[in-house]
Design a binder for this molecule. Structure first.
Ligand code: NAI
Length: 411
């Protein structure tokens, strides 16, 4: 540890909203033992008091970190959103205060892939109807229309984290996998890439969507695309609610053009479990409707705890901002014997030369320098090979540079 950096047990971490124990464990193992945990979300004065002297804050989706809240936490240097979304944080205000925000976009990949796999098996056996009938006291014992998934052709649209994970699992069950992605993706296992989405649609028995929310994917799956699917094929959407035209899907299910569907995400979703779920898909046989739970498992929560804590630890220890959602991404080598400074500043001309002057003025050699800027903020990390003692005035000199947002010595 550098003689200049704040000891890790003095770095105060505040975790709100019952964040998984994995996060606390990872922080403790890394030496961050000053961790305060709160079971629920806080707001107003309670939130201000809880984080007023925190260096690192972890939240889930219900705590709102507005510009005002961020301004009331002057020591705050990093925020971890232990979830996927980051809308609850004013990301611009955080960036302008020199605070990178991290999240866990891929911790629930496996959970979604497993649910989709289960759904395709259930749909191919007509289980939604048979189960509903049994609950109502009816016995639909029949093999009619029931199929194995083995040997069926699965078409995956969007071959990213979830799509490619599903590809592997589906092949293990004996499905033939093909996929379409706008980016050239390496085919895993025996999967085959389709050159067009239409090619995939016309030849797949099951179509499953795993695309992100972009301008291009909004409404990308409407009556035309549904019309290109094989008669009786299945459609699964656990990606985003506005990707599929739900009215067109409902019509195709009612006409029998589509043999079944599983939908986890909807154009409008109830704000809470107390609100009614309204959808044209309600009541249609062989349709599995789930309340946006594709990624909602205990395992995903545990993964999120570890993933976000690791990102916070890496940033605090080493300065790397990989995986941040609001900041310049810098991947830094392990520090070795160097003393490492980081400096976050408004992106105005001359800051770097002034930083360099501080070291060259004292005859200190810079062994590594890593700089990323955007239009508004610059982030520079400087490694120097010198035995710097406290009290030599480096932090003071760095902080005095015009445009400085914050500076720090790293471990
Ligand atoms: P990812 O970013 O790893 O992969 C998305 C893939 O889609 C990329 O390969 C990208 O190139 C491709 N793509 C983008 N636009 C496309 C287009 N127009 N046509 C074809 N391919 C296109 O994302 P990941 O993690 O696999 O997630 C996929 C979706 O699943 C996201 O929308 C995410 O929000 C959603 N999701 C849903 C959950 C749930 O609870 N239902 C949980 C987790 C993620």
């Amino acid at each position: 540890m550098s003689k200049l950096s704040l000891p890790k047990d003095k770095i105060k971490v505040v975790l709100l909203e019952g964040i998984h124990d994995n996060a606390v464990h990872a922080l403790n193992v890394a030496g961050y033992t000053n961790v305060d945990c709160y079971p629920g979300a806080l707001d107003g004065v309670a939130l201000r008091d809880a984080i007023s002297d925190a260096h690192i804050v972890g939240i889930r989706s219900r705590t709102r970190l507005t510009e005002q809240v961020i301004a009331q936490a002057p020591k705050l240097m990093a925020v971890g959103c232990f979830c996927i979304g980051t809308n609850q944080v004013d990301l611009k205000a955080a960036k302008m205060a020199g605070i990178p925000v991290f999240n866990a976009p891929y911790s629930n990949t496996r959970s979604v892939a497993e649910m989709v796999l289960g759904e395709m098996i259930m749909l191919y056996r007509g289980i939604p109807e048979k189960s509903a009938a049994a609950h109502a006291g009816k016995w639909l014992k029949s093999a009619k229309g029931a199929h194995e998934v083995r040997g069926k052709k699965l078409g995956i649209i969007g071959y990213g984290h979830i799509g490619s994970q599903l590809s592997i699992l589906a092949e293990a069950l004996g499905l033939e996998v093909q996929y379409f992605d706008i980016v050239n993706k390496l085919a895993l296992g025996n999967a085959k890439a389709c050159h067009t989405m239409e090619q995939l649609l016309r030849s797949s028995d099951i179509v499953t969507l795993h695309v992100p929310a972009t301008a291009q994917t909004k409404g990308m799956f409407g009556a035309t695309e549904i019309g290109q699917m094989k008669k009786g094929a299945l459609l699964i959407n656990a990606s985003r609610g506005n990707v599929v035209d739900i009215d067109a899907l409902a019509a195709a299910l009612k006409s029998g053009d589509i043999g079944g569907a599983a939908v986890d995400v909807f154009p409008t979703e109830p704000a809470s479990n107390d609100d009614e779920f309204v959808s044209p898909l309600r009541g249609i046989p062989n349709v599995i409707l789930t309340p946006h739970v594709g990624g909602s498992t205990q395992e995903a929560q545990a993964n999120i705890g570890t993933e976000v804590a690791d990102k916070l630890i890496t940033y605090s220890d080493n300065g790397s901002t990989l995986g941040t959602v609001n900041f310049m991404e810098v991947a830094l080598p392990v520090q070795g014997t160097a003393t490492r400074f980081m400096h976050i500043h408004r992106n105005v001309p001359g800051v770097i030369s002034r930083i360099n002057d501080i070291f060259s003025g004292k005859g200190i050699n810079i062994s590594g320098q890593y700089l990323r800027t955007d239009g508004e903020v610059g982030y520079v990390v400087v490694d120097v090979e010198a035995d710097i003692e406290p009290g030599q005035g480096f932090r003071k000199a760095l902080d005095a540079i015009d445009g400085t947002i914050r500076s720090r010595f790293l471990f």
